[in-house]
Design a protein around this ligand. Structure first.
Ligand SMILES: C[S@@+](CC[C@H](N)C(=O)[O-])C[C@H]1O[C@@H](n2cnc3c(N)ncnc32)[C@H](O)[C@@H]1O
Length: 367
């Protein structure tokens, strides 16, 4: 855990400033987004060391002086924009600050921002209600579903772009490092079979087929997603090696098929409460043999290298609360491990810091 969580060493002046950032967070968020999407940060960035004035930006981008003025002033307050040493009082001359550089160029920041805007922003207003009611009360802003997963294939194109951009940015980057670990045992088998629960768009399944010529993958997911997965698998040329099983894993009638050498769940268990995780793992336990390896790939907030990454995960938990399902979150290592162990599994291996976003890859077997 970071020292920041234990030490309250900030002085009162800065603490009060931080509190104001939170108090105005919705407005500063929209200002940062407008600065990025209206091209203002880009213009400032292009001006490099020379800098650019407010009136030059207004003219270049055909935005009112007033509009550029209010956004840039907030940008100064946020530290995203800096004053040039030769700036005049009449027409401020601006350069890009380090925070502005990340707002403009950093992929994690962009993915988080688009996800916040297109998926979370309106529903965030219903956060307190979601907690009181134990359901995602902000979800009706997106559609009439019980969970966001039922509606994934029906989101607008912009919402899909942001949701999948967010989802893939995080887990995809861990796949290259996870593949050799998972296949170390599978390659010893003649006809290895892997079940990918929550296989989504078939990205992992396709990566497995490319990595190993013998692997057969079954994707288990909700019907809307298995249809997408099937299409993607066929397009990638793996129609014969990737099949799908459409079901809701939480339904009491759903049983997992037998025959898997490995079960893979990437960024899947965070879609469920701890009780539901134990329920799902109990079903897997029934279908597994003592030799079945159960892999869990998750970003755990207490295993992150950087505070910014832990913060992103803590904020993502709130998306689960008010939009996704009302009862899940990004977990801590011990709480997730315990929920799986209660179902009758034993942890065999734990790799932390997998991929640039510090995922944890856990391998379990039946106790
Ligand atoms: C966050 S995505 C993870 C996708 C992918 N494994 C990855 O690593 O990017 C969660 C997936 O779980 C599926 N899912 C959620 N609830 C489910 C349920 N009750 N039954 C089956 N699949 C479910 C969703 O449709 C989605 O494809």
């Amino acid at each position: 855990m970071f020292d920041f969580y234990k030490n309250d060493s900030i002085d009162a002046v800065n603490a009060k400033f931080e509190a104001q950032k939170i108090a105005f967070a919705p407005l500063s968020f929209q200002a940062a987004r407008a600065l990025r999407d209206m091209g203002i940060l880009e213009e400032i960035s292009k001006s490099r060391k020379k800098g650019i004035t407010i009136s030059e930006i207004a003219q270049k981008l055909d935005i009112s002086l007033y509009g550029v003025g209010v956004l840039v002033e907030m940008g100064l307050g946020m530290g995203a924009i800096k004053l040039h040493k030769d700036s005049s009082e009449d027409d401020l001359r601006l350069t890009l600050g380090k925070i502005g550089f990340f707002l403009l160029n950093d992929e994690m920041t962009q993915v988080n921002m688009d996800f916040s805007q297109d998926i979370c922003y309106r529903g965030a207003e219903n956060l307190e209600q979601s907690i009181r009611e134990g359901k995602p009360s902000g979800l009706p802003h997106l559609g009439p579903w019980k969970t966001v997963y039922e509606g994934l294939s029906q989101l607008t194109d912009q919402q899909k772009k942001s949701w999948f951009g967010f989802d893939h940015f995080y887990s995809d980057l861990a796949f290259p490092e996870a593949l050799p670990i998972v296949f170390e045992k599978l390659t010893e088998l003649k006809q290895p079979r892997l079940f990918d629960i929550g296989g989504n768009t078939a990205k992992w399944a396709i990566a497995c087929c490319k990595y190993n010529a013998d692997i057969q993958v079954s994707i288990i997911d909700l019907p809307g997603q298995t249809a997408v997965a099937e299409k993607n698998a066929a397009q990638a040329g793996f129609k014969d090696r990737i099949d799908t099983i459409a079901c809701n894993v939480l339904d009491d009638t759903t049983e997992f098929p037998q025959g898997a050498n490995a079960v893979w769940m990437s960024q899947f268990l965070d879609c469920f409460s701890l009780k539901q995780i134990t329920k799902i793992l109990t079903k897997i336990h029934k279908a597994a043999t003592p030799e079945t390896d159960v892999y869990v790939l998750e970003p755990l907030w207490d295993k992150q290298r950087f505070e910014a990454a832990a913060y992103s995960l803590q904020a993502t938990s709130l998306y689960f609360t008010c939009i996704a399902n009302g009862n899940s979150k990004m977990y801590r290592y011990e709480e997730l491990k315990k929920a799986i162990e209660i179902a009758g599994f034993e942890l065999k291996e734990a790799h932390h810091g997998v991929g640039p976003n510090a995922y944890s890859l856990l391998r379990f077997r039946k106790k």
